[in-house]
Write a protein that binds this ligand. Structure first.
Ligand code: GAR
Length: 219
């Protein structure tokens, strides 16, 4: 059973989707610790309510980014974490953490990468005027929102949408593809071929049908 460390900064709705998938047995893993860089993050309450250990590592407490990174690594190792999940973690993770967990850090981003990396991917997509928006789960590398892509899902952008409507539609898909990607990782079904992530077994067929509009197969 894979020990998972989840890093958050805010509401933690993605964390909640992981907790649900662990509880239902869809993820063969255990959330060993939830770490937030913000002590006020609601996700800490969600974790505590599910009996999960929480830690706060405030980035402002560290003079250098590498010191912040070192502390994250220390806390993750303390909990024997094997897989690190960035679930709405609004800090860039540095080399120290990536070296400590090679090919073992994954991130959810609220846009179809490589379009609209960085902050507020949903607003970037909305303002650009795209007709399809969505989200991406990817392995993290040294560049922001750049590493090998595990799963993507697309949603339509409607003319009647506000930015909040689109954000909510994307978030619903995030809550499906992030736990699914973690489940695949924990089941040993992800293989890196260069920067392509190959999914073993029937999941390939599932994703060949595509996640367009409704994330079929994951409802
Ligand atoms: C999610 O939309 C996630 O994709 C985004 O922050 C939100 C966190 O929501 N992450 C990023 O933008 C990272 N670049 P949550 O706290 O409710 O899970």
């Amino acid at each position: 059973m894979t020990k998972i460390g989840v890093l958050i900064s805010g509401s933690g709705s993605n964390l909640q989707s992981i907790i649900a998938a662990v509880k239902s047995g869809r993820i063969d893993g255990e959330i060993a610790v939830v770490i937030s860089n913000d002590p006020a993050a609601y996700g800490l309450t969600r974790a505590a309510e599910s009996g999960i250990a929480t830690r706060v590592v405030k980035h402002g407490d560290y003079a250098r980014r590498s010191d912040f990174d070192d502390e994250l690594v220390r806390v993750l190792r303390e909990s024997d974490v094997e897989l690190v999940v960035l679930a709405g973690f609004m800090r860039v993770v540095g080399q120290g953490l990536l070296k400590a967990f090679p090919d073992r850090v994954i991130n959810i981003h609220p846009a179809i990468l490589p379009a609209f990396p960085g902050t507020d991917g949903q607003a970037q997509a909305f303002n650009y005027g795209v007709k399809l928006a969505g989200c991406t789960v990817h392995f993290v590398d040294e560049k922001v929102d750049h590493g090998p892509i595990i799963i993507q899902a697309a949603v339509p952008v409607l003319d009647s949408d506000t930015q909040d409507d689109l954000k909510a539609r994307i978030l619903k898909c995030e809550h499906k593809i992030l736990p699914h990607a973690i489940a695949l990782y924990c089941a040993g079904k992800l293989r890196l071929v260069g920067r392509r992530v190959v999914i073993a077994g029937p999941d390939e067929a599932l994703w060949a049908k595509s996640a367009l509009f409704s994330c079929p197969g994951l409802d």
